[in-house]
Design a protein around this ligand. Structure first.
Ligand SMILES: Nc1ncnc2c1ncn2[C@@H]1O[C@H](COP(=O)(O)OP(=O)(O)O)[C@@H](O)[C@H]1O
Ligand SMILES: [Mg+2]
Length: 304
């Protein structure tokens, strides 16, 4: 069963094209990452999925329900943790969660509300007013609020932005458990390490367009092999090795270079060539390629 079907979605804010024809199919049970720099259109896409804003063209369905034509049915299948913290400050945590349950037509939902609060370490704040909570605690309530109706599809928009390490761990444990139990999870984050650890498949957005879509493993394989990071004490990288440089922006006053290699056997000839040219090595490191490398390449060049 398809959890979220996004077909040719376009959205414009006056002259700015925020989404330029996005199509994505996310299957039930996936842990999917939606990545991209600030302004790429992630929040706009999530707002359209949540039925909060209308696309200019295209359509989105959640478990087959159109988010504009069949809003109530689609909304029941979906829990969204928005990027912005917005609350009624006069309610307590428990009241906030009960209200949200009522909105979904679930008046006797306290057992699940208690379980969600427990899993997000919110139990001892149950009777605290929202306005008295720290930013991190508010973020927890926002997550709890998205989960009150046990939605099969959970979408989180930068849930760990500006959040302490402890909450990140609590949150990921809970979300991982929900995903194991069959919930579909879609996550946007700019912590790429987090995405790499959590997401099985990712789409990268750039200026409102999908520029990469693949399994995490395949994306990481695509930027073949490893990086050889060289720090030179003297001399510089010989011209015939410059085509191997992968991140020119990391070159530190012409002393530090990151070279792309496919095989460890390439290391020896590179070192020999350096010696020959009179360059002196200060430090050398071999690094496995990670999502950050791929992200930089895609955002620089538009492809890998
Ligand atoms: N309500 C709005 N009015 C005008 N422009 C907007 C509005 N919301 C977002 N944008 C613009 O649309 C683009 C995409 O924004 P957004 O979806 O928030 O990106 P992301 O979440 O990836 O950072 C940005 O250039 C942003 O400035
Ligand atoms: Mg955003």
């Amino acid at each position: 069963m398809t959890a979220i079907q996004i077909t040719n979605v376009e959205k414009r804010y006056k002259s700015l094209q925020a989404l330029g024809g996005v199509s994505l199919t996310i299957e039930e049970g996936e842990f999917f990452g939606l990545l991209g720099p600030n302004g790429a259109g992630k929040t706009t896409l999530i707002s359209i999925i949540a039925g909060l804003i209308r696309p200019d063209a295209g359509k989105v369905t959640i478990h087959g329900h159109d988010v504009t034509g069949d809003f109530r049915a689609a909304r029941k299948k979906l829990g969204v943790v928005p990027q912005e913290l917005v609350f009624d400050p006069f309610f307590t945590v428990r009241e906030t969660l009960r209200l949200q349950s009522g909105y979904f037509g679930l008046p006797n939902n306290d057992a699940w509300i208690d379980e969600v609060m427990h899993n997000l370490d919110l139990t001892n704040k149950a009777d605290t007013n929202m306005r008295a909570l720290s930013g991190g605690m508010k973020r927890r309530v926002l997550v709890a609020q998205a989960l009150v109706h046990k939605p099969p599809v959970i979408v989180l928009d930068e849930p760990t932005a500006g959040v302490d390490v402890e909450l990140r761990q609590t949150l990921w444990q809970f979300i991982t458990r929900l995903n194991r139990e069959g919930h579909t999870v879609v996550l946007t984050t700019h912590y790429l390490e987090e995405a790499q650890a959590m997401c099985k498949r990712v789409a990268m957005l750039k200026l409102g367009k999908v520029v990469a879509l693949d399994s995490m493993a395949a994306l990481i394989r695509r930027i073949s092999g490893s990086q050889l990071v060289l720090n030179l004490r003297e001399g510089e990288l010989p011209a015939d090795l410059r085509h191997l440089v992968s991140h020119p922006e990391l070159s530190d006053e012409g002393r530090k270079y990151s070279l792309r290699i496919n095989d460890y056997a390439e290391v020896e000839p590179i070192l020999a060539r350096l010696r020959e040219s009179g360059a002196q090595l200060d430090e050398m490191q071999l690094q496995q390629a990670d999502l950050e490398d791929i992200f930089l390449q895609i955002m620089d060049k538009g492809s890998v």
